[in-house]
Structure formats: C-alpha cells, structure tokens
Design a protein around this ligand. Structure first.
Ligand code: FMN
Length: 323
C-alpha cells in the first residue's frame, strides 16, 4: 500500500489548492460547511456592542464550554477580550434582518431590536431560539482571529427554528425530502392507486427542492451560481457598492466581494473610483441569458401538462399564498 499522499481525483472537483495561494477559494471551500447564525454581545455597563457571528461552536459539555472567533481587525475585538463575559443569541429563521444589522458596522444597533439584559448585563435578543450567557474562560491567538472560549453560566432554549448560513447565503432548516417523505407521508414515487397519497405540503417541499436542483444545471451552463445570479439581477436595477449588495441581497459580504472580483475579471462589471459596481454590456447580456434560461426551464418543465391542470395548480398556490 502506498503511503504517499495523492490528491483526490474524484470527479466534480471545482477548485483545489493551497489556501495561501488563493484565500478566496479557501473561504468558498469553508462556505460548504453550513452553520447557524448568532449575535454575540458584551457590555461594560455603559457601552454595549454586538455582532453577527457564525464561528460559534460547542466545545465541551462538562465543563460547559463554547467557542467563537473574532477578527483581529474588528472594532469590537478588545472590548470582548477586556469585558471578560459575553452573551450569545442563536438567531431564528425569521431574523435575517437582525443578522444583517449586526453583520456590518452600524451605530446603535440595539435601538432597532428588542432585547433583555442577562446575568452579566450583556444584551440578549428577544425572539432568538437559544441564549448562552458566558464568562470568558480563555483566549487563544488564531492567525488573523482570536478564539474566545466561554464558560456557560446560564443557557436558555426558546421556541423556533434556526437561521442557517452556507455558501455565502442565508437558509432555513427543513427536513430532508427523503426524511420528510418517509416519515410524514408515503413515498412520492408510489403510483399505486390503492396507496395513500403524500401530504400536500411534503409534495410542495419536494417539488421546490427538485426544481431548484434541476435549475442549477442551467446556471452551471452560464457559469454562474445562485449568489452570482442575485448580484447580476440587483446590479441590473441600479449600480451599488459591495456592502449595499450584501444588505439588499441578504448575502454574506465576503461572498459578494468574491463574486464582484470574479465578475470584474470576466468583464461583467466595472468599478468606479468610489467602489460602486455597474454591469457592463457583457454583464447585461449575462442577465438577459439568465432570464431566457429561467423562461426556457419553466416551459420545459411545464411542457405536456394540461393547461386546465396548470390553471388549477396556479389557483391553489395563489390561494395558499394569500390566505
Ligand atoms: C452571517 C455572519 C457571520 C459572521 N461571523 C463572524 C465571525 O464568526 N467572526 C467575526 O469576527 N466576524 C463575523 N462576521 C462579521 C461581523 O459581524 C462584522 O465584522 C461586524 O459586525 C462589523 O464590525 P467590525 O467590522 O468592526 O468587526 C459575520 C457576519 C455575518 C453576516
């Protein structure tokens, strides 16, 4: 057996290499790991800071420890290290706006949200799905970040589902269609007349997932991903900076910056001296191709379905959305 390492040759590799040569590729590979989103806050009694954090992780059950890391360049770095305590609010799936608010430097963020002071005076966000109130157990230098280890003094579990973050975008947690269809309802593949039919909501979810993964093929042909297509669509309405795009599209700033830099190389966008991005003619034709692909995709999927069935399906969906 050979002991020499040989790089994986599996098909489907999009990019591979030493992160030192391409930090953006490293960030994209890390983005394949889905996380939740938290807002972590600290207070010295008069000065309250909070920031969106997805590096939060469980460390130990006994003693109860958690960790997260903060950029050395963050304005809040020294405050968190100095205060010696922090509070973690795990965001719910309807708190994207709160993540966006705490994900960029804003003044007086806490004026825009409902919060309650915890046992150390750190602010806990109402409507979060869990709270962890911690004292700072240790800090470790970790390259361009500092790792903070917290000892959990009080934890609270609240009602709700988590907000997720992966591939530079927010998401929601749903039961996998395979789980959904085997647990909540009989198999969707079943066509036996005698069998019970799948739950309507399970069918809706499975259809949405199926259509979305099929449309991915169309995007691949245009050499663009979901983040890229949203950036192109937004820039088609008006020129914007990376920060504005990230806020409007509710995408991670790093993912937007990577996308814009890639688009610049491809000649799809131009950047002004004040860092505002605008679609070029080539970029506008990508947008037109995307639109055409979406229309082509829809008509190919709906081809052969009886128009009266389609009308009925539309009526049902509109009714569900508006009732
Ligand atoms: C979803 C999300 C996750 C983030 N995770 C982290 C993180 O783990 N560590 C970190 O230092 N910054 C993280 N950030 C960025 C900080 O929230 C952001 O830098 C901060 O709020 C702005 O202040 P600063 O630029 O002074 O740090 C994240 C942002 C978002 C939107």
């Amino acid at each position: 057996m050979s002991t020499t390492y040989s790089p994986p040759t599996a098909t489907g590799i999009i990019e591979q290499g030493d992160p030192a040569d391409d930090p953006r590729a490293f960030r994209r590979a890390l983005g394949q790991f889905a996380t939740g989103v938290t807002v972590i806050s600290t207070s010295d009694g008069t000065h309250h800071v909070g920031m969106a954090v997805n590096s939060f992780a469980a460390v130990s059950l006994d003693p109860p420890l958690v960790s997260w890391s903060i950029r050395n360049e963050s304005r809040n770095r020294d405050t968190f290290v100095r205060n010696g305590h922090f509070a973690v609010s795990v965001l719910a799936d309807d708190q994207v706006d709160i993540s966006a608010l705490f994900g960029r430097p804003h003044e007086n963020q806490f004026e825009h949200v409902a919060w309650t002071a915890g046992i150390h005076g750190d602010r806990l966000l109402d409507q979060a799905i869990a709270h962890f109130e911690c004292t700072l157990e240790a800090t470790h230098e970790g390259g361009d970040h500092v790792i903070l280890i917290g000892r959990v003094k009080r934890c609270t579990r609240l009602d709700g589902a988590p907000l997720l973050f992966s591939q530079g975008q927010y998401g929601i947690a749903e039961a996998h269609p395979q789980v959904e269809l085997t647990s909540a309802a009989p198999s969707v593949k079943s066509s036996d007349a005698g069998e019970e039919s799948p739950l309507f909501t399970s069918l809706l979810k499975a259809t949405e997932q199926h259509m979305s993964s099929l449309f991915d093929e169309y995007r691949k042909r245009l050499d663009i991903n979901v983040v890229g297509s949203r950036v192109v669509n937004l820039l088609d309405t008006a020129p914007a900076s990376a920060g504005e795009l990230s806020e409007r599209a509710l995408l991670g700033e790093a993912a937007v910056e990577d996308t814009l830099s890639e688009f610049k190389t491809r000649g799809w966008v131009s950047e002004s001296a004040d860092k505002v991005f605008k679609l070029t003619d080539a970029g506008r034709s990508v947008r037109a191709n995307l639109l055409r692909s979406a229309q082509e995709f829809t008509s190919s999927r709906l081809n052969g379905i009886d128009p009266s069935d389609l009308d009925a399906a539309r009526r049902v969906l509109i009714r569900l959305l508006t009732s």
